[in-house]
Design a binder for this molecule. Structure first.
Ligand code: DQA
Length: 147
């Protein structure tokens, strides 16, 4: 089995730490990447951490993950609420998918309450700040180890 976990981040998450810190906190995406990589390694996995502001790029990376990744963790950001293309791409992936949101999307504007990606995700983590990514890595390791 592949030991690679692909972690995907959608639009505007490159600005994590600078963007609306009252909602998303002060940690940067690089901080999150370091945390995820360290934790994945400690659990016997590796992680490929990617961010794009473009829907098609995220779809290409999901398709690439079909070839080499055991699981996908995705924060689709605004595309959560709009993208059937990302949902369709995730449906072509055979391993587990976990969805992460830094903020609690259910406590925010009603247009954020629905996520297309949730229809494919084994689990959704929202509102735990960037700690949600570590929680997702932990859960992914458990799922992949078949526990
Ligand atoms: C987000 C929530 C989305 O509604 C928003 O568009 C984002 C980030 C989150 O991590 O809380 O860009 O996915």
């Amino acid at each position: 089995m592949s030991k690679l976990i692909t972690v995907l981040n959608g639009p505007n998450l490159n600005l994590l730490g600078k963007r609306e810190p009252e909602i998303y906190g002060h940690d940067t995406l690089m901080d999150v990447e370091e945390e995820c990589s360290g934790l994945a390694q400690a659990l016997g996995f590796s992680c490929r951490f990617q961010q794009s502001n473009y829907e098609g790029q995220l779809i290409d990376w999901i398709q690439a993950a079909r070839e080499d990744s055991a699981g996908i963790i995705i924060n689709p950001a605004a595309y959560s609420h709009t993208s059937i293309g990302i949902l369709d791409a995730l449906h072509t992936f055979e391993g587990p998918v976990l969805e992460v949101h830094v903020s609690n999307i259910h406590k925010r504007e009603s247009f954020r309450h629905h996520s297309y990606v949730s229809e494919r995700a084994e689990g959704v983590i929202a509102g735990f700040g960037v700690q949600g990514y570590s929680m997702a890595i932990q859960r992914m390791a458990t799922l992949l180890q078949g526990k």
